[in-house]
Structure formats: C-alpha cells, structure tokens
Design a protein around this ligand. Sequence first.
Ligand SMILES: Cc1ncc(C[n+]2csc(CCOP(=O)(O)OP(=O)(O)O)c2C)c(N)n1
Ligand SMILES: [Mg+2]
Length: 326
Amino acid sequence: MLEKSKLLEMYRQMLTIRLFEEKVFELYGQNLVPGTIHLYAGEEAVAVGVCANLRQDDYITSTHRGHGHCIAKGARLDKTMAEILGRKTGYCKGKGGSMHIADFSIGMLGATAVVGAGIPIATGAGLSIKLRGTDQVVACFFGDGASNQGTFHEGVNLAAIWGLPVVFVCENNLYAMGTKQSRVMLVDNIADRAVAYGIPGVVVDGNDVLTVYEATREAVARARRGEGSTLLECKTYRLKGHSRFDPAAYRPKEEVDEWLKKDAIALFQAKLLERGILTKAETKRMLQDVRNEVEKATGFALGSPFPEPHEALGDVYAPEESASAK
Ligand SMILES: Cc1ncc(C[n+]2csc(CCOP(=O)(O)OP(=O)(O)O)c2C)c(N)n1
Ligand SMILES: [Mg+2]
C-alpha cells in the first residue's frame, strides 16, 4: 500500500495535467498558441502511474501528446506553458512549441512530432545506461498507432536482445487520428506483440492509476535488476479529439459515454475519499491551489517576450564545446 503523501501527490499531478490542458485549450481558442495542440486529458493515469516509479535521473521519451508526460516527470508549469505559447522563457526558448518540449535536467528526452520516433531514442538511452553501468531506467511512451511503425519493431527487438532497461509504455487510446485500432490491426492487445521479442507483455487498465503504478513498479524493478525490457499496454481514452478542434465525430456516442464513466481522475478521487485519504474540503482546496498554479504559469508565459527572428537559426547544432566534450 502506497503512503498517503505519495497517493496525494499522484492525485495532484493528475489534476494539474487536466487543469493545465484545459487552460491550453482555452488559450488555443483565443489564438494564443502557435501551431497545433494534442491534448492528453483523459490519459493522466498513464503518465502519472508510470512516472511515480521513476527517479529524477531516469529518462522518458514522449510523443506529440506530451504535456502530461512532461508534468508527470517534473517539468515546470511556467516554462512548459511558455514553450507552448512560443515564448522566449519556454523550455526551447519558444522555438519548439507543444510538440518539442525537452528538459534533460529531469530526464525528459523530448516530445516529437514524428510518430514512433521516440522509440529508438529510448532504446539508445537504454544502451547508454547499460554501457555506463548505472541502474537508471527509461520509460518510453508511444501510442497504439505508433506500434505499427517500423521503429517500434526495431526498437523493441534491439532493447530485448541487448537486455536494456526500457519500459515500453503503449498508451492505447483506441485511435490513431480518426482510425480505429481494429481497422489497422488484427490483435486486440498490443502487449501480445511482446511474444515476438521474447519480453514480458502486460495489459492494464490505463484509467486506473494504481494499477498502472503497480505494473510499472514490477517492470522498473526488473529493468533495474538488469533483467531487460517490458512492454506495458495501458488501455485508455482521450477526452478530446485528436488535435485542435477535431470534434472526433468518428467516435460513437455510446463509446464516449462509456469511457466518460471511467474518467481516471474521478475514479481515483472516489477511491481516495472512500479510503479517507482525502476529504471533500481538501479536494476543493487542492483544486483551487492547482488552478492558482496554472494561472500563475499562464501569467508568466503571457508576460514573456517572443524570440527574435534573428534567433531562429541558433540552437540548431550543439555548441562546439559540448559536442566535443566526452
Ligand atoms: C511518421 C509519422 N506518420 C504520420 C504522422 C501523422 N500523425 C500524427 S499523430 C498520428 C496518430 C498517432 O496515433 P497514436 O500513435 O495512436 O497516438 P495518439 O495520437 O492516439 O496519442 C499520425 C498518423 C506523423 N506525425 N508522423
Ligand atoms: Mg492512439
């Protein structure tokens, strides 16, 4: 059984991701977000349940739907919001935007717009851990759609044969853009594909943060013991459409309603209230606290300047000293 403080921290993180994204959506509607956005809302239990098992020096790789991964790994809200709004104070000096946030100081190796591209990066980070002989691990987030990319098969196979400390976390939200999983694959469980690589494959309810936590705990322990990779599939659902204002008309109403009943935050909140870990008054207070934090981050971002046009070509290559440093 997890300690009370840990459970409350996990709940708070899930709430933070949800409220942060609601704000991003609102700002998008006001034309304040350059480019596009892919909201993580609905899938919070995956990022939080996984990252609650990680240390600061562990790594994650992310996707185009990466805000939740960043926040769960400990990214600052103000710098994340500033990056999404294209401001100079953001993680990539406002030049990356929503899909390119990285912060090596917390082991966040980067979001990416290229579906499946984080997978070989996670395998490479796993190889670096093995060569350096540390007990760090990598959690590699990717979607059901990405599991049909060549990068998935190559990346997982290499991690398997080299016994690398990588937990491959498939966020199966049933859709890749507007394409339903059953139209593009004949297996129900993506974790079944683990058999092909000789590693454990585990399917969990991705809307139940404690189940995700437990399954990840085992996979992380295995990885730290030097016993190799695991493929963990978390069944979940995104609350919004694929991106921007996609109304997601391709999803049947009954399916949406069914998943709304399984909202990860509502379920966790009910569990914490029932166990007496959280009271109604504390829930209200925390909601207000998190709202204030998000407002503060938004104020910071909106008050920050945009990068100058002449800075566009800077930061493309690593500075010479760090490129040649061993
Ligand atoms: C290599 C590549 N192919 C296609 C796209 C266009 N694209 C962007 S997101 C997406 C769907 C990804 O689905 P999934 O991996 O299930 O992630 P989800 O959006 O559901 O979180 C596609 C096809 C892309 N960005 N990169
Ligand atoms: Mg998907």
